[in-house]
Design a protein around this ligand. Sequence first.
Ligand SMILES: *Cc1c(COP(=O)(O)O)cnc(C)c1O
Length: 388
Amino acid sequence: MKLAARVGQVTPSLTLAISAQAKAMKAEGIDVCSFSAGEPDFDTPDHIKAAAKKALDEGKTKYGPAAGDPQLRAAIAAKLQTENQLDYQAENTIVTNGGKHSLYNLMVALLDPGDEVIIPAPYWLSYPEMVKLAEGTPKIVDTTAENGYKLTPQQLRDACTPKTRLLVLNSPSNPTGMVYTPQELRAIAEVVVERDILVVSDEIYEKIIYDDAEQVSIGSLSPEIFARTIISNGFAKAYSMTGWRLGFLAGPLELIKAVSTLQSHSTSNVCTFAQYGAIAALEGSQDCVEEMRQAFAKRRTYILDRLKAIPGLTCPEPKGAFYVFPNISQTGMKSLDFCKALLDRENVATIPGIAFGADDCIRLSYATDLPTIEKGMDRLERFVRSHL
Ligand SMILES: *Cc1c(COP(=O)(O)O)cnc(C)c1O
């Protein structure tokens, strides 16, 4: 069948494919240690589930406004005001079917054919594909381990052309776990303002940070950068609600209205009773978030200690999210061969860095229990040592 050219340009998600292979091996009874998860391994907190169940029982099962329940939009605006120092009203926000949907809708609402979007690599694998689906042009800028996988202001300046519309920032980052410092953000913000482009700040991992890392939203740094910022966030990672499909965008009114129009002709409102779970997540106790963060912190310490002890792997210390992104080049393998061999020989599932634009690295998620991490690291260590 002849399909549209736009789908031919995009690659199916490699992370989902490897997770699927690992799951299939597990189903066959093979003892697989999986570091491939892109989602927290905890159940959704009970009070959030209870709120959705109550809404369901109360008949909150009908169409709602395309931009989201007014109470949820108000709660999102309040959260952005108090937690992120961003002066948004409810009308500056829109509820979407997840952070992924937020970003996709943003690209479709913003880009004309040929408009350029700067994406620092390693990047979350969906960014370039979304830009292409919206007929924009992704401009990949490679960052280095020496710079902690962070874009420098000079790199940003050099990457800007008259066609540049947007910079995609993701801090804390998937896949590297790096977190920009406030000073680094300030320097990036200056270039965004100087070049008069926009920045979308994907803050989906904002709550999952460690040690001395500080979460600052780039939009809070000055009125000039605020006017050029779009916030993308959601409930999936902080509240372990990946399957609920709940995210949001916040930004200039004109843009939010355009995204609302798009949604009104494509997805309409996000599942009505699910939105009540989101309200409970924002307005209820945040203890659940901290409990999950502490569990991640323990695993992170363990996995970093183990990685440091494996000769041949190098890795800047991640400060956020639940991923480590070691460099494997000393094994002489590229990422896909490495991950395939590791899965075949040691039953350990990881994600090849090539999926994130970094073929010398692999991504390990520690969103899994400690015993699995311990066993998996034993196997990874044996595998790497046998290849040095
Ligand atoms: C998980 C993730 C998202 C959004 O996920 P949703 O499930 O669609 O809310 C967005 N950005 C990054 C970098 C992610 O890892």
